[in-house]
Design a protein around this ligand. Structure first.
Ligand code: GLN
Ligand code: ZN
Length: 768
């Protein structure tokens, strides 16, 4: 018999109940007890949803983040919150977001606000975790209260509980040694201190009568230094004979050179992500010791497509023969990364809906697979036939396949991605046309999304405002931002993006090949969720998407108006993407569609076009060895999009909140005339990468931290730009904020940009 289990369940709730509960609590609108009760209620519901599994995860719930929960279980709290008294949950929120609930803070010992923990992406997902902090003094201290509560609840509900914890090596790997005196030189030096706490935790599970513990070590799918590989051996040898069984869980990629290591650790089972590492399943079956369980992640926990159950059974059946009871079955990774329930998507096109599976539907698929393996396919004939029909319908649907798009893709040749001439020659022509001063000023695209804008949008959606009423409202906003920019004296203007709710969704809605869910929310961090659009078919652009708005904005001013677009790589990386062709192919399709938009803008007389690639870096594969391949098609896609224009048309791109050092050559390869980047927080140090590389084109390093309500002074901006000029020749520098201004108020933006323009004037007057 195969055993079914799940690595984790989305905790936000099908209707984002946790989000709203958290926000009520933080605002002081509900009590801590109400929030805790909501947590218990969601856990109970989610275990009920998983009741057909042989083992259900316990401890995968978190009020903010599972890594932060682990830090609390290990007693690793940053020093800055250690003085606080009161409820542990409040301290937890202090680390998560710098403060707890309104009411809770008033009674806290201190001022109420502390620095929030740093947040970063969980491997290659769009989920962000709170980075564990380490110093040379870090000590650990087991706190089992969280597990105790959840185990009790699960038991009371009759759940066959499998606690889920983050393994010690991944925990250390995810953390960061804090700067300052007593900085820890090597995180692995903490392992001897960490091990007794993990051992005590496992002992605790034994006392609680737990049979299996899932211990997550996703770092095993990355390239590990010898020291980290050795640490695995030390750590897991230290867990021998604890009296509970350990399922070592890996996911998000292939184990490759770590497969041997993973199979040799003294644990009782190994989970492999068979979506990403199908070919390693058979290898692991061979290499694992005879007592060991092999858990196969056969259903994609990261995507929203139905599994091809028949094809999956074709390769699972022989494996089940070979392994017997030692075969376990699960989704490839925690279902945290998919929405909860497709059944709520009443408005989604029925045909497209029939191709999809959200978390609950994935659990149903798991059950069908297990039944077929345990009792034969004829026990699930109906389910398998329905699945086969859906898979075939999707494969053959004319809505997925557009021969014209495929033909256009086949016609791509490298020349399409080349500008007419090299940057230097283009720069001369652009300068003659645009007549910009030294240190030209611009902004990144969006201006404040005011209450009026949101009101007009919701009125339009509900039907209270018609198309032309909505258009008028947006034009008014565009006019306002153009007037403000002229008054400020900015050099290259933007229309302000009033008509866009989201930089990806806006384009997705206008492209063929995209669908949108209503409740397809996925947790991004804390109470924040995103609803990625669904790229299901060949992508084409039925008509121009932005030309009218930009032309209108340009008609209001003599200054150059930037055409604003989102680039193909960013659209791809922030969508659920079809799994029936390589991501690169979908990206090239997006590139051709956006390219048409670029050319239409140029035809309409737009002289500067900005193509944002905010998510280019985050698409990098987990393994460095695969970076080259990704960067090749990502850069090629950008070049296809951008570089069909005449020399005179100036192409900008924008990237933010990334480490650029590793990919600077690829950024240069994109050959944008100007790149604007976020740098103000790093004191221009980010520019070192561009300096060292001798970045050849123009750069606008951000001088205004748009995430802060603080207004940068003129003097501060001048100083930052002087630092920039030490690294990049002044004639290739632009002056601009870090990123778009849509989350700010006009009352903040106006003084900040006034100072920015004044700073540019100072710099010009001092330039020789
Ligand atoms: N043009 C977008 C804006 O200004 C860019 C946003 C981003 O980089 N994330 O909002
Ligand atoms: Zn940005």
């Amino acid at each position: 018999m195969v055993t079914t289990h799940n690595l984790g369940f989305p905790r936000i709730g099908a209707q984002r109940e946790l989000k709203f509960g958290l926000e009520r609590y933080w605002k002081g609108e509900s009590s801590r007890d109400e929030l805790k009760a909501l947590g218990a209620q969601l856990r109970a519901r989610h275990w009920n949803d998983q009741r057909e599994l042989d083992l259900a995860p316990v401890g995968d719930f978190a009020f903010y983040d599972q890594v932060l929960d682990m830090s609390f279980a290990l007693g690793n709290l940053p020093a800055r919150v250690q003085g606080f008294h009161g409820d542990k949950l409040d301290n937890y929120f202090r680390v998560a977001r710098g403060r707890s609930a309104q009411g809770a803070e008033e009674h806290a010992a201190c001022c109420g606000g502390v620095a929030a923990g740093e947040m970063t992406k969980w491997f290659d997902t769009n989920y962000h975790y709170i980075v564990p902090e380490f110093t040379a003094e870090t000590a650990f201290n087991l706190d089992t209260s969280g597990f105790l509560e959840q185990l009790r609840e699960a038991r009371a509900q009759g759940v066959k509980a499998k606690p889920v914890i983050i393994g010690p090596i991944t925990y250390l790997w995810l953390g960061k040694a804090k700067d300052g005196p007593g900085k820890l030189a090597d995180k692995l030096a903490l392992l001897p201190r960490l091990m007794p706490v993990y051992r005590a935790l496992l002992d605790y599970f034994k006392v609680m009568d737990v049979e299996w513990v899932q211990i997550d070590e996703p770092v095993l799918v990355t390239e590990l230094d010898p020291a980290w590989r050795a640490a695995f051996v030390t750590a897991y040898q230290g867990f021998e004979e604890r009296g509970v069984k350990l399922l070592l869980a890996t996911y998000f990629g292939q184990l490759k050179e770590n497969l041997e290591l993973a199979c040799s650790l003294p644990v009782d089972g190994l989970h492999i992500d068979a979506i990403n590492a199908r070919e390693e399943v058979a290898l692991a079956a061979q290499k694992l010791p005879a007592h060991s369980v092999l858990s196969v992640g056969a259903i994609n926990g990261r995507n929203i497509w139905k599994t091809d159950l028949n094809a999956t059974l074709d390769w699972l059946e022989p494996l089940a023969q070979q392994l017997g009871d030692r075969l376990w079955l699960a989704p490839s990774c925690s279902l945290l990364h998919v929405p909860v329930d497709l059944a709520s998507e009443a408005r989604l096109d029925a045909e497209i809906r029939s191709w999809l599976a959200f978390a609950l539907q994935k659990l149903d698929e798991l059950k069908v697979l297990a039944t077929a393996l345990n009792a034969g396919r004829d026990r699930v004939t109906h389910e398998l036939a329905a699945n086969a029909a859906a898979i075939a319908a999707r494969r053959n649907s004319p809505r997925v396949n557009n021969p014209a798009v495929k033909a256009a893709l086949a016609r791509i040749d490298a020349n399409l991605g080349n500008r007419q001439h090299a940057y230097a020659e283009r720069a001369t022509k652009q300068a003659a046309l645009l007549k910009l001063p030294a240190y030209p000023t611009t902004t990144i695209g969006s201006f404040p999304q005011t209450a009026e804008i949101r009101h007009a949008r919701s009125q339009f959606r509900s039907g209270a405002l018609d198309q032309s009423g909505y258009q008028d409202a947006m034009r008014k906003e565009i006019e306002r931002s153009v007037r403000e920019q002229e008054a400020l004296g900015l050099d290259v203007l933007v229309h302000g993006e009033a008509e866009r709710n989201d930089m990806v969704e806006y384009f997705g809605e206008q492209l063929d090949g995209y669908a949108f869910s209503q409740f397809g929310w996925v947790q991004s961090y804390g109470s924040r969720c995103v609803k990625p659009p669904i790229l299901f078919g060949d992508i084409s652009r039925p008509k121009a998407m932005t030309v009218e708005w930009i032309s209108y904005a340009q008609s209001l001013t003599n200054k150059p108006m930037k055409g604003m677009l989102t680039g193909p790589v960013t659209i791809l990386n922030w969508s659920f993407v079809r799994d029936d062709q390589p991501r690169s192919v979908s990206c090239y399709q997006l590139a051709l569609a956006i390219r048409e938009e670029v050319l239409d803008l140029e035809k309409a007389g737009v002289r500067v076009v900005q193509i944002d690639e905010a998510a280019l870096r985050e698409g990098l594969p987990l393994r460095r060895a695969q970076w080259g391949e990704y960067l090749r098609w990502a850069v090629e896609s950008f070049r296809l999009t951008a570089n069909g224009v005449r020399d005179e048309t100036q192409i900008h791109t924008h990237m933010c909140y990334s480490e650029f050092n590793d990919i600077i050559a690829s950024i240069a390869d994109m050959d944008a005339d100007v790149i604007t980047i976020e740098t103000s927080r790093s004191d221009m140090e980010l520019l070192d990468a561009f300096d060292d590389f001798n970045y050849p084109n123009e750069i606008g390093p951000g001088v205004y931290d748009i995430h802060s309500p603080n207004i940068p002074t003129q003097q501060h901006i001048v100083q930052l730009m002087r630092k920039a000029a030490e690294r990049i020749p002044a004639q290739r520098l632009w002056v601009n904020p870090d990123c778009g201004l849509k989350t700010r108020q006009w009352s903040e933006v106006l003084p900040a940009l006034t100072n920015m323009v004044a700073a540019a004037k100072t710099l010009r007057s001092q330039a020789r």
